[in-house]
Design a protein around this ligand. Structure first.
Ligand code: ADP
Length: 622
């Protein structure tokens, strides 16, 4: 519903912000509490883009909150800067610039190490603010006397002073903040952010420069933090030194978790719960410092029973009430990575569609020329030689099969071809170009990608969203800052996604979340992700793995239809299927090429029979 009315959220937010000063006093909200909620909410918008949408948990946002706040406050109190809004913007830019530099360092690591680096960096900022920079920041005294904004309209001057009088200014800032944040999360960049959160490995493999996008999210979060930090000084008429403390960063994380991550409004709702509880427990019930004990219990209960926070809980209830989701089949109920090998009704595989739009990639060059050449490819893992001196050529338009017993080195060979792992020696030429040592992202951009042996999907997204992410890399390149572009407006994107849905027989399930797909459908989506990047050479690592016999038959038909006009290399253990599909087959054994030939030649080859089946003659030929 919300997707069909793109401005509904903006309109509801505006209405809510306008109504708040009339409604909140009725339930006992002090104006200062409302103002503080808005500042935290704005601070949290950037953090939610970083944490909720991109999956990067930073405990160091206070560094940017403080930087923006102190730069703005210094300009306004010490440097005699007259314009409050301009000072806030300069503070925001300073925080974003600092965020860029910090991001360059912190994003070198992922997960817990990233979080730890952000903590450490924030501590450094706290120390620097108190000691070397105390002359500028006021040290432990902070900077008093931060002015509030006023706007000269010619005929009159509007002053925003404090309480409800300051509220419209803060509400306007929050509104601009949410409009910008909504545009960002609806942009192609926002889609890639979600892909990184769900599966960074696959986001890289389908051709996105995830480091660039992570840094973008980090800078956005720093910019929001910097602006909100400036507003804190304006709100309190004083820039407090505790803006830089770890407590500030921790409070932001907890408020976002309480309100609901990846919702944008989560931090605002979380701040409302936090601050109103604080007011109520501290002032009304007179609990003093013990209020945090109650808060801690509330937090634990919320996190245990509402994993996606208050907004996430409401959204789940809404979906269940409207029948979009059955209570037992909620996203939380299904592990995202579960791969049950259950049967599913398989749609009849259709021949490759003849779309009006240009096909994803059909070969138009001389079919006899080699598209891929590997020379002397060797991979050593310590003393173990996984691949040894492999020479391998595939011609354009060919469908090549690779077989070999377990441990023969097939997957390692694929990983080297797609540049997931570097070879110990040897070279790989793709379309005549040496790609040895390139990144998997760059190679995908050149037109070489693979589908994985173990599904690598974007588990939190729908089928269509998955394919969109893969198609975006083909249409936009590996990195593009089209932050304010509406994703639906990218020329060719919907057609490409529909075409891929059709190719992998998922047209009936476009809006189904991945977690609700049957195993066979997930396998097809896995192939679809690779296809949507428009590869000129597609590698398929055991596409039939884990399928029931019926699903195998259908998937073989599907692979045949996909192979029309494409170059593909397929590894599989199902030799009947592979012999039916492939024009030529390469047999690997103990990391070397044992023999290469047509399926018939391979079937009749006694060396293959001996090596592959331990001397059980005649089995392959049967
Ligand atoms: P296949 O796909 O044919 O089953 P693999 O390419 O997975 O074979 O493995 C070939 C050999 O290389 C195996 O002995 C495997 O244990 C080893 N190997 C694969 N990956 C690694 C790795 N990352 N580190 C160490 N050894 C590895």
């Amino acid at each position: 519903m919300l997707k069909q009315r793109p401005f509904l959220i903006e309109a509801l937010t505006a209405a809510g912000l306008i109504a708040a000063p009339f409604l909140l006093p009725l339930i006992g909200f002090a104006p200062n509490t409302a103002n503080r909620i808005l500042v935290w909410g704005l601070f949290g918008l950037g953090f939610d883009i970083l944490f909720g949408f991109t999956g990067l948990l930073s405990f160091g946002q206070s560094a940017f909150y403080g930087t923006g706040g102190f730069v703005a406050a210094y300009l306004l109190t010490q440097a005699g800067f007259p314009n409050v809004v301009l000072a806030l913007i300069i503070g925001m830019i300073a925080a974003a610039a600092v965020g860029y530099l910090v991001g360059l360092i912190a994003l070198r690591r992922t997960g817990i190490y990233f979080a730890m680096i952000t903590v450490a960096i924030a501590e450094v900022f706290f120390f620097v603010e108190f000691n070397p920079l105390a002359d500028w920041t006021g040290g432990e005294n902070g900077l008093p006397g931060v002015p509030t904004p006023s706007f000269n309209l010619g005929f009159t001057t509007i002053h925003f002073t404090s309480g409800w009088s300051l509220y419209p200014f803060l509400a306007f800032c929050y509104f601009v903040g949410i409009v910008v944040a909504l545009r960002i999360v609806r942009s192609p960049v926002g889609a890639v952010f979600r892909a990184i959160r769900d599966n960074p490995l696959r986001a890289t493999a389908v051709g996105h420069n995830i480091h660039g996008y992570k840094l973008t999210a980090f800078v956005i979060a720093a910019a929001y933090a910097g602006f909100a930090g400036g507003l804190l000084g304006v709100l309190q008429a004083f820039m407090p030194p505790d803006a830089f403390t770890f407590d500030t960063s921790g409070q932001l994380v907890m408020q976002t978790a309480i309100g609901g991550r990846a919702t944008l409004f989560g931090p605002l709702v979380g701040a409302a719960v936090w601050l109103s509880l604080q007011d109520f427990l501290q002032a009304t019930l007179g609990l003093g410092a013990a209020w945090k004990l109650v808060l801690g219990i509330v937090f634990v209960l919320l996190v245990c029973f509402l994993r996606n926070g208050i907004i996430g809980g409401i959204a789940t209830l809404y979906d269940v009430a409207t029948g979009k989701r059955s209570a037992s089949l909620s996203k939380e109920a299904l592990p995202a990575t579960s791969e049950p090998a259950r049967e599913e009704p398989v749609a009849e595989a259709r021949p490759a569609p003849q779309p009006d739009t240009p096909p994803l990639h059909l070969e138009d060059r001389n079919p006899a020329e080699p598209i891929l050449q590997a020379k002397g490819l060797t991979k050593r893992y310590g003393g173990l030689v996984a691949n040894s001196d492999i020479d391998f050529t595939v011609n354009r338009g060919e469908l090549r099969g690779i077989i070999g017993p377990n441990g023969a080195g097939k997957s390692t060979f694929f990983k080297m071809l797609t540049c997931e792992v570097p070879p110990s020696s040897g070279t790989i030429l793709f379309e005549g170009r040496d790609i040895t040592g390139m990144t998997v992202t760059d190679v995908c951009q050149l037109g070489l990608t693979k589908s994985y042996q173990v599904n690598q999907l974007f588990a939190g997204l729908t089928v269509r969203e998955n394919l969109t992410i893969a198609a975006l890399s083909a249409l936009r390149g590996k990195f593009r800052l089209d932050l304010f572009r509406t994703i639906q407006n990218i020329p060719g994107l919907p057609e490409r996604v529909e075409q891929t849905l059709d190719l992998v027989n998922l047209t009936s399930r476009p809006d189904t979340p991945v977690s609700e797909l049957a195993y066979g459908e997930k396998r097809r989506l896995e192939i679809g992700l690779a296809l949507a990047t428009s590869p000129s050479l597609l590698l398929l690592d055991e596409p039939l793995a884990g399928m029931s016999p019926r699903e195998r038959v259908e998937t073989v038909k599907l692979l045949k239809s996909i192979s029309q006009g494409r170059t593909m290399i397929i590894i599989d253990h199902d030799m009947d299927a592979l012999f039916e599909l492939a024009e030529r087959v390469t047999v690997l054994q103990e990391g070397r090429v044992l023999v290469e030939g047509t399926p018939q030649e391979i079937k009749n080859n006694t060396t293959v029979q001996e090596a592959y089946l331990g001397g059980v003659h005649g089995v392959l030929a049967a």
